[in-house]
Design a protein around this ligand. Structure first.
Ligand code: ADP
Ligand code: MG
Length: 269
């Protein structure tokens, strides 16, 4: 049984890409479960009004459940809304309910609107090794809150045509947040998702992304694998639903790489 090294300091990673359907939620959920199953204390913050990460982790998030909206807009402590994830020790989730759909607009008139999530995280009393923020598919105030709160950005890129084209907008936003609100924010990790070995296109996209982002790109690549997409309907991650599947083994490899890089970052610091 493998133990993944724990980081020296807590890592706050924002999983972002304004494009929908590229594997943000799937990656946040499976990396979180993988890290937690191998000795790390992990908190997932669901920042998408769709609540897919909450669903994937089988955490109640129907209307009326206290959620991340209450933290952002009403200043409720994160600890009061975090829920344990059943069956995975050391993993908790701050769910998103439909309430969050209004937050993008309501936050506009709130004091320190870009740093509400950052403040909530700073005040979180429980210790964690990883905090993964699952962003919505947009670049509005919710994603800005995530970029301001995070130390690192993890960008999942789907291996398809136009994959790099859509990234410019995200990179511009990250630049802006670095310039004005969070100077040390680091695009630390790029993860290639939904890779289809049978197409030459996927290979070309992979090479493009590696040329462009170099060492930031994880060696592990997540293949398109039906077990990955089936797992959420059983209220599970693929890590527990089918641990032997190619989806699960590659998310494990990706999590291990992230953990090993984190241990190295600690040495350098
Ligand atoms: P996002 O959060 O970026 O919108 P999701 O993680 O929800 O993207 O993924 C979009 C869809 O693709 C979901 O239905 C998910 O189950 C499916 N999916 C994600 N990764 C894989 C994969 N590696 N293999 C097969 N299906 C996947
Ligand atoms: Mg999502």
């Amino acid at each position: 049984d493998v133990t993944m090294p724990r980081p020296v300091a807590p890592r706050i990673m924002c999983v972002a890409n304004q494009k929908g359907g590229v594997g943000k939620t799937t990656s946040a959920v499976n990396l979180a479960v993988s890290l937690a199953l191998h000795g790390n204390r992990v908190l997932v913050v669901d920042l998408d009004p769709q609540g897919n990460a909450s669903t994937g982790l089988n955490v109640p998030h129907h209307a009326g459940v206290p959620d991340v909206y209450d933290c952002l807009v009403n200043g409720v402590p994160l600890a009061e809304v975090a829920q344990p994830v059943e069956g995975i020790p050391n993993l908790a989730c701050v769910p998103a309910t439909i309430d969050l759909a209004g937050a993008e607009i309501e936050l506009v008139s709130v004091v320190a609107r870009e740093s509400r999530l950052g403040r909530a995280i700073a005040a979180y009393p429980d210790e964690f090794d990883y905090l993964l923020i699952d962003c919505p598919p947009s670049l509005g105030l919710l994603t800005v809150n995530a970029l301001v709160a995070a130390k690192e950005v993890l960008i999942p890129i789907q291996c398809e045509y136009y994959a790099l084209e859509g990234l410019n907008q995200l990179l511009n936003n990250i630049n802006m947040v670095q310039a004005h609100l969070n100077p040390t924010l680091d695009i630390s990790t790029i993860l290639l998702t939904m890779y289809d070995r049978r197409t030459r296109l996927a290979d070309a996209v992979e090479q493009d992304v590696r040329t462009h982002f170099g060492e930031k790109v994880l060696k592990a690549v997540i293949p398109r694998n039906v077990r990955v997409s089936e797992a959420p309907s059983y209220g599970q991650s693929v890590m527990t639903y089918d641990p032997g599947s190619r989806g699960a083994t590659s998310y494990f490899e990706a999590a291990l790489e992230i953990a090993e890089r984190g241990a190295k970052r600690g040495e350098e610091a």
